[in-house]
Design a protein around this ligand. Structure first.
Ligand SMILES: Cc1cc2nc3c(=O)[nH]c(=O)nc-3n(C[C@H](O)[C@H](O)[C@H](O)COP(=O)(O)O)c2cc1C
Length: 217
């Protein structure tokens, strides 16, 4: 068993990255399209991602500075055009999603690189991926920077202004997980399907685990 007090025995950023990616998982993947000021489209996946507010609806994802401390195109674009589309790709588009993580030159269009068609998204000028089962058109609220050093995060907070979801996937209440086929990212090249579900009932308010175990109401 090991305990690390990082102030006294720091771990390298590379070690912390691997520890985070292997233990904070599975992670959902934000597949994010943006535009630069010249109108060139960009598309890239980010698994440091989650919901951060429902009312207002806000999503958060974090492109890190790269190993040379340069910002990724997604962040540079968001500073030029303050909009994005956050897609959930499902297993059906996993190869295309992965293809868009290639380090292309700035201004090169990952939609074209991955053979993906663009369609318009209501409320934003940024295109969405045709065929993506779920997508959120977003306006930038804020980017929180965690420094100028390699692997520093840039937490993008993006407010959802429009929603695309396939009719077959949503009855207005429940999202059909079998149809969506959500995937999660683990460490390295590993992904996981959501095909081994189990249910855990939420506790009634005021009940504790020990009282439940004793059968107390
Ligand atoms: C599934 C997946 C998840 C990723 N998650 C992140 C992430 O959360 N943060 C990050 O900085 N890079 C992440 N990457 C790497 C970026 O996608 C990659 O650096 C990409 O080239 C960035 O594109 P951009 O420069 O066009 O913004 C991920 C890659 C994959 C395949």
């Amino acid at each position: 068993m090991s305990d690390y007090l990082l102030e006294e025995s720091p771990l390298s950023p590379g070690k912390i990255y691997r520890l985070f990616s292997g233990s904070i998982c599975p992670r959902p993947i934000a597949w994010v399209s943006t535009l630069d000021a010249a109108g060139n489209a960009n598309l890239a996946p980010f698994s440091f991602f989650n919901v951060v507010s429902v009312n207002p609806p806000v999503l958060g994802f974090s492109p890190l500075l790269d190993g040379d401390a340069n910002p990724k195109d997604t962040v540079r674009n968001l500073k030029e055009v303050e909009e994005c589309v956050v897609h959930l790709c499902g297993e059906g588009l996993v190869q295309e999603m992965n293809a868009t993580s290639a380090g292309l030159a700035r201004g090169e269009d990952e939609f074209i690189h991955a053979g993906l068609e663009k369609v318009t998204m209501p409320g934003v000028s940024v295109p969405r991926v045709a065929g993506a089962p779920v997508a959120f058109g977003c306006r930038l609220r804020e980017i929180i920077r965690f420094g100028d050093q390699p692997l520093a995060g840039n937490l993008v907070l993006a407010e959802v202004v429009s929603i695309h979801i396939e009719d077959t996937l949503w009855d207005g209440r429940h999202v059909d997980a079998d149809g969506l086929r959500p995937i999660g990212r683990l460490a390295g090249n590993d992904y996981i399907r959501c095909t081994d579900l189990f249910e855990v009932e939420r506790p009634a308010s005021g009940s504790s685990l020990s009282r439940q175990a004793r059968g107390a109401s």
